[in-house]
Design a protein around this ligand. Structure first.
Ligand SMILES: Cc1cc2nc3c(=O)[nH]c(=O)nc-3n(C[C@H](O)[C@H](O)[C@H](O)COP(=O)(O)OP(=O)(O)OC[C@H]3O[C@@H](n4cnc5c(N)ncnc54)[C@H](O)[C@@H]3O)c2cc1C
Length: 303
């Protein structure tokens, strides 16, 4: 089948069918502003609504859950299956004990960071500069400045392919640097996160970290943050810069001049441009340094 043809639309109840968008461009939902149409695109109202939607899909329909699309490259042919966007739903955030919070998957990481400071809890400041949702941070084990999401996870709530909810603990996952492997075909609904009491905490640490980012990263330009993970004992940015790749450009995409591990969409880059820059960087770094860079960004969909 030609990858651009949509998969057959599954039978949904008339109510859900009216709310599902067909052919929604993923460029509208990714921080790279690139990516083709999704066969189905669904924004749930809450967990029950989301479970009802998942239950109605044939089990073979591929599912892509997204938060703020800040670590996602969807190819230009789009996604054959159903995309579920949590960003306007699953917004619950509460303190459930002295040192434990409960946050739903759609809550932006920055909101968790700020709210923890207000509650006198920490260290959650590292989450302030991660422009994604908690769901994405759980899927990626997002981290910065020495902090990592899963350092704080006590439990997660997940939804399985049949719309059933389960509670899992970190022991159910293999957690690594920007890597989380758990049971197949389950997605994050929420987490209970533990922090320490930090009475008197204020937002100055968050402001400092954001300022350090502004000085070293091309904040405000269209990117997905760091494209590659750091290889053991080295930095992807150093390897890319010393291979002479800063500013390397294909179409509307180029390696950032400010931070070599960022690839920028200057406005009109296709996903193919971005992926071509990624592959060129990988090939060149192998040639120059003999090191294979692994992408941190998740690449999905058809060309
Ligand atoms: C300017 C900039 C700076 C960044 N800095 C950092 C940084 O310092 N540290 C860092 O770690 N990352 C950083 N990132 C990358 C990104 O913000 C993080 O990886 C973030 O956690 C992704 O969250 P998201 O909600 O946008 O996920 P998305 O990009 O929407 O999705 C990423 C992956 O998570 C999966 N996913 C999303 N939601 C769920 C869910 N509910 N259940 C299961 N899977 C899900 C998706 O399917 C996909 O595989 C940066 C990005 C940008 C643009």
């Amino acid at each position: 089948m030609n990858g651009r043809h949509s998969a057959p639309v599954p039978p949904l109840t008339p109510e859900l069918s009216m709310r599902v968008q067909r052919g929604e461009l993923m460029s509208k939902h990714t921080s790279w502003h690139a990516g083709g149409p999704a066969d189905l695109f669904f924004m749930p109202r809450d967990v029950m609504d989301l479970a009802a939607f998942v239950r109605q899909l044939p089990p073979e329909t591929p599912l892509l859950w997204i938060g703020l699309g800040s670590n996602l490259l969807v190819r230009d042919g789009g996604f054959r299956g159903a995309v579920i966007s949590t960003q306007n739903a699953l917004q619950g955030l509460e303190r459930v004990s002295e040192t434990r919070i409960h946050a739903q998957a759609g809550v932006p990481c920055a909101r968790i960071a700020r709210q923890c400071v207000k509650w006198g809890l920490g260290p959650a400041e590292f989450l302030a500069g991660i422009p994604g949702t908690l769901g994405g941070a759980l899927a990626m084990n997002a981290g910065a400045w020495g902090g990592e999401t899963w350092m704080h996870v006590a439990e997660v709530e997940v939804l399985d392919r049949r719309g059933r909810r389960h509670t899992r603990t970190p022991d159910d996952y293999e957690i690594g640097y920007r890597s989380v492997k758990g049971p197949d075909e389950e997605w994050f609904l929420a987490a209970r996160l533990d922090f320490e009491l930090r009475p008197g905490a204020d937002e100055s640490a968050i402001k400092d970290l954001l300022e350090r980012r502004r000085q070293t990263q091309p904040i405000g330009e269209w990117s997905c943050g760091s494209v590659f993970t750091n290889p053991p004992g080295d930095h992807a940015a150093r390897l890319i810069e010393s291979a002479g790749l800063k500013g390397f450009r294909i179409g509307g995409a180029s390696v950032s001049q400010k931070h070599a591990n960022f690839i920028i969409n200057h406005g009109a880059a296709s996903a193919a441009d971005l992926e071509a820059v990624i592959r060129h960087v990988q090939r060149t770094v192998v040639d120059v340094h003999g090191i294979e860079l692994t992408t941190e960004v998740r690449i999905v969909g058809v060309p």
